[in-house]
Design a protein around this ligand. Structure first.
Ligand code: AVJ
Length: 369
């Protein structure tokens, strides 16, 4: 999922109401928090692309290696003329690997909330895969949705694809809810391929989320720049570019980026590990947004992302709890990353009751945390 940014509402002030609500509500919590879904504006998406190429960030290249080595084994059980449904597709380099392995894929349905580049990158695939129907769907996958009308009632095999360990951004309960939504959308007999980071070694994880070049720090801090761009009070003392702010202002202006720093933390509770990203206030300060003031103590943080890491067996148990049967799992030689193939029983009562995609909810679901 490269983001769940909702379409900008054409409000009088040009402010994205859902983003504003998420930020104002999240900053009012005792532990300030903003869902990682909001990290992916255009700049955030560019920075994430850069992260995927960093030496320390092993998940992307590891998953691509697994897909390249095993795509035929992943595609075989699905059979010919499948409908490939990709969740939060962004600008995936992984999709063609799977499409090449599938026998005469019938249609490709990338699902994302509206992005400038979402439709363009979906249609770019049409050049390589002649005859493939490309049916992008704008939907919030944390809410029940249905496949496009033309595909909903046909009997072709369906394969859901959710790479990148993006499922790790959801809480375990949120991940189960998501898998149930996918069961409802894809229907009995469907398959799902899901990439999960299964690394639990902090000496590998912490550098992956706090690289020496500072790209992850810039990715995290861009959230504050985005808030300044989209929500900052323009009548504050300091109404210059967010980038020009140097951290002097403590009188309630927009965010001073220099007054916060990026921090990655590894947490382990029983078997379950997760990386958290935080933005740490370097000093006591206050920020004014949309006419409200938010106070920060020195060292206080905004929690901006969870990235859960599931062992192979834990993820299988989670899938079962959502009604999916774990069929197979492929990993790299160092067992850092897993690609799971799940299946729904062909007979299970998963009625395709959802007639139509719900309109996007007002905010990414709170299950993100
Ligand atoms: C795109 C959500 C899978 O959690 O590893 C990368 C996002 N955050 N570096 C991840 C991310 C910091 C990434 N996902």
């Amino acid at each position: 999922m490269n983001g769940q940014r909702l379409p900008r509402e054409a409000g009088a002030a040009g402010i994205d109401a859902a983003f504003a609500a998420a930020v104002l509500e999240g900053l009012a919590q005792p532990q300030k928090r903003i869902s990682s879904a909001w990290l992916y504006d255009r700049r955030g998406s560019e920075l994430f692309e850069e992260i995927t190429g960093l030496a320390e960030y092993y998940p992307t290249r590891t998953e691509i290696g697994i897909l390249e080595a095993h795509a035929p084994d992943m595609a075989r059980p699905v059979g010919r003329a499948a409908v490939l449904v990709e969740i939060g597709s962004g600008s995936s380099r992984k999709t063609p690997i799977l499409l090449r392995a599938l026998a005469e894929p019938h249609a490709y349905v990338p699902i994302d909330l509206a992005h400038d580049f979402f439709l363009a990158s979906a249609h770019a695939l049409a050049r390589e895969f002649a005859g493939l129907r490309i049916c992008p769907l704008v939907a919030d996958f944390t809410q029940p949705f249905a496949l496009p009308d033309a595909l909903r009632s046909d009997a072709r095999p369906r394969l859901g694809f959710f790479p990148g360990s993006t499922i790790g951004n959801l809480s375990p309960g949120g991940a189960i809810a998501f898998l149930r939504i996918m069961a409802g959308a894809l229907g009995p007999g469907a398959y799902m391929l899901i990439g999960t980071d299964c690394t639990h070694d902090p000496t590998l994880l912490l550098p992956a989320y706090d690289d020496t070049r500072g790209v992850t720090a810039a990715f995290n801090l861009n959230l504050l720049a985005r808030i300044n761009r989209e929500l900052g009070d323009k009548d504050g003392v300091n109404d210059g570019d967010s980038e020009s702010m140097d951290g002097r202002g403590a009188g309630g202006e927009r965010f001073a980026l220099a007054a916060f720093r990026h921090e990655a933390r590894y947490r382990r509770e029983r078997d379950l590990g997760r990386i958290e990203m935080h933005l740490v206030s370097r000093r006591a300060q206050s920020v004014r947004l949309c006419g409200r003031r938010f106070d920060f103590a020195a060292g206080e943080t905004i929690h901006t992302e969870n990235s859960y890491k599931y062992s192979r067996d834990d993820f299988r148990a989670l899938a079962r709890a959502a009604g999916w049967l774990p069929e197979e799992c492929w990993s790299d030689a160092r067992q850092r990353f897993c690609v799971h193939l799940l299946r729904l029983s062909p007979h299970a009562p998963h009625p395709r009751t959802m007639r139509r995609a719900e309109p996007p909810a007002t905010a990414p679901s709170s299950s993100s945390f």
